[in-house]
Design a protein. Structure first.
Length: 132
């Protein structure tokens, strides 16, 4: 059994999507289903809080990347917060942290809802499927 939870809440200036548990090929459809309506709205600023994710595989990474990149361009954006050092390092190695905003914590996102330097943490873990 896969342990995964997703919650969506309006928390201006963002639509906050909080993820916990394991985001993998089995649980990705649930996240896609919850995020699709958000991507259809104009001027959506989605913040994915991934602090409570214990595991993410390449399918999970793909859905987060797609959602951040596909956020409506006019006054919208996608961002991540709460990445573990391993997840941040993996996204950095793949050149993904320059594609969207990465905040160290949820508090940072709400106190500075614009770009924060994202390539500040490094670790020696480099796996495509990683526990976070």
């Amino acid at each position: 059994m896969h342990d995964f939870e997703v919650s969506v809440a309006q928390s201006p200036p963002f639509t906050l999507v909080t993820l916990s548990g394991e985001l993998d090929v089995i649980t990705v459809p649930e996240l896609r289903e919850r995020v699709a309506p958000l991507l259809a709205r104009p001027a959506t600023r989605i913040l994915f809080d991934v602090e409570k994710l214990r595991f993410i595989d390449s399918a999970g990474m793909r859905v987060l990347i797609d959602a951040c990149v596909r956020t409506p361009p006019k006054d919208g954006d996608g961002a991540l917060c709460g990445m573990s050092p391993q997840m941040r390092h993996l996204f950095s190695l793949l050149g993904l942290t320059s594609r969207f905003t990465v905040y160290p914590t949820r508090a940072d996102a709400f106190s500075h809802p614009v770009a924060v330097p994202s390539d500040t943490a490094h670790t020696d873990t480099a796996h495509t499927d990683t526990a976070v």
